[in-house]
Design a protein around this ligand. Structure first.
Ligand code: ZN
Length: 97
């Protein structure tokens, strides 16, 4: 059953990829709530402490991965300085232009 845990861990890593890739390549943070990511950061930090105290190695690894990915995302959001063509078009469509 251990492999299920590692597949879950791999999916956590994969799940962060599209967002980080978009921030890195397009420097576009359209629609991202930094406050939400900060709450996730605190949540992961608390869960990491909880997992360590319970000797949950796999879950600790998942939280460390999340903390790193969330920190990278927040740094990249603060660095982003443009709206990519895709999100510009989406924003115009939503605004009815
Ligand atoms: Zn974008």
């Amino acid at each position: 059953m251990r492999f299920i845990g590692w597949i879950g861990t791999a999916l956590v890593i994969i799940a962060y990829y599209p967002q980080i890739h978009h921030l890195l390549v397009e420097r576009c943070a359209w629609g991202i709530s930094v406050f939400t990511w900060l709450i996730w950061f605190v949540a992961s930090a608390l869960l990491l402490i909880y997992c360590i105290t319970r000797n949950e190695i796999l879950m600790s690894v998942v939280q460390v991965v999340s903390i790193i990915a969330i920190a990278v995302t927040i740094v990249l959001v603060r660095r982003s300085n443009r709206i990519c063509p895709y999100h510009r078009k989406l924003a115009e469509t939503l605004a009815g232009k």
